[in-house]
Design a protein around this ligand. Structure first.
Ligand code: CP
Length: 330
């Protein structure tokens, strides 16, 4: 591995190996020395609880030194555009920012959300790509415009903990949210579930399609891994006999560039995950990356039930990121 930007960069076997390492780290929680004497920069352009805390602790537990950087707040604001005339409010170009950091640290983690302004640009993950272009050390994607691979790997670890290494019936269901949200989490979950060979159903209202190119990647990964993918525009049928229910809101490409675009409030009640829907599953588990809006995305009854594994997913962020760091930093 040179960088960890998307699970698509790795084979299914390599992803399974990372999960095995994460499970070993989890079984024996201790401070080790894989990053002894090394520093890792953690660049956060957006807020975070889980990613920030788990990455700091992951670096510490591997014997390293996490260096938190918040551009535009406790560090200079960054310009990303090549050949920009920097006479506005941005202070430092990414070309210097990343190359300087590369001289200090052994890896760079970066969080950079989609701004939902320009679909054709953001679907190319321009900020993440600039980090990997200018960095001479491994770059770890801590959620970009299009992918959240650390989250997806923690999710796959959580499914394997519950069910072992067997193909399961997995539902990724859209949910209503008061604000338009990026699609990094559903993209990476769908891709990783396909790479793990699960039988994946993706349910969303008409008009909320994921990126067609991403869907091609999901379908070809599923075929290669012996799984399947179906898309339904129905809020209920995907729950039938599901082993895994993963809820997430996202905005489709048509919302990009329109600040006024928000999910249709009429979809709210129909797409919430509730006990009636969960009762149709095969005693399925409920998953969400967190943070989650209670009684909007999912009811209290489901989130607080024994079938909810959201806290396990959050814990597994720590263990899988230790595995990723240990594999990347040599
Ligand atoms: N799931 C996740 O990435 O959480 P944070 O936004 O709190 O980091």
């Amino acid at each position: 591995m040179t960088h960890f930007l998307s699970t698509a960069d790795l084979s299914s076997d390599e992803l399974r190996e990372l999960i095995s390492t994460a499970m070993a780290f989890k079984a024996e929680r201790r401070v080790s020395n894989e990053l002894s004497g090394r520093s890792v920069a953690l660049v956060f352009l957006n807020p975070s609880l889980r990613t920030r805390a788990s990455m700091q602790i992951a670096v510490f537990e591997l014997g390293g030194n996490p260096v938190l950087i918040e551009p535009g707040s406790t560090s200079w604001s960054i310009e990303y555009i090549d050949n920009a005339v920097m006479d506005g409010d941005r202070t430092e170009h990414i070309a210097e920012f990343v190359r300087v950091l590369s001289r200090y640290v052994s890896a760079i983690g970066v969080r950079t959300f989609a701004t939902l302004k320009d679909w054709e640009l953001e679907r190319t993950d321009p900020v993440l790509k600039a980090f990997s272009k200018y960095s001479s050390v491994p770059v770890i994607n801590l959620e970009s415009a299009m992918h959240h691979p650390c989250q997806a790997m923690a999710d796959m670890q959580t499914i394997r903990e519950r069910f072992g290494e067997v193909k399961k019936k997995v539902l990724l269901t859209w949910a209503w949210h008061p604000k338009a949200l990026p699609m990094a989490v559903p993209n990476s979950f769908a891709l990783a579930a396909a790479q793990m060979g699960h039988d994946l159903t993706i349910a969303y209202p008409e008009g909320y399609d994921l990126d067609p190119e991403l869907m091609m990647q999901v379908r070809s990964s599923a075929e290669l891994a012996g799984g399947s993918v179906q898309v339904v525009n129905d809020s209920a049928i995907g729950f039938d006999d599901a082993d895994v229910v993963y809820a997430k809101s996202w905005a489709p490409p048509s919302f990009y560039g329109s600040e006024a675009a928000v999910p249709d409030p009429q979809l709210r009640d129909r797409w919430i995950v509730n006990s009636e829907k969960m009762a149709r599953t095969a005693n399925g588990i409920f998953m969400h990356c967190l943070p989650v809006r209670r009684n909007v995305i999912v009811t209290d009854a489901v989130l607080d039930s024994a079938s909810s594994v959201v806290i396990d997913e959050a814990e597994n962020r720590l263990h899988i990121q230790k595995a990723i760091l240990a594999a990347l930093v040599k």
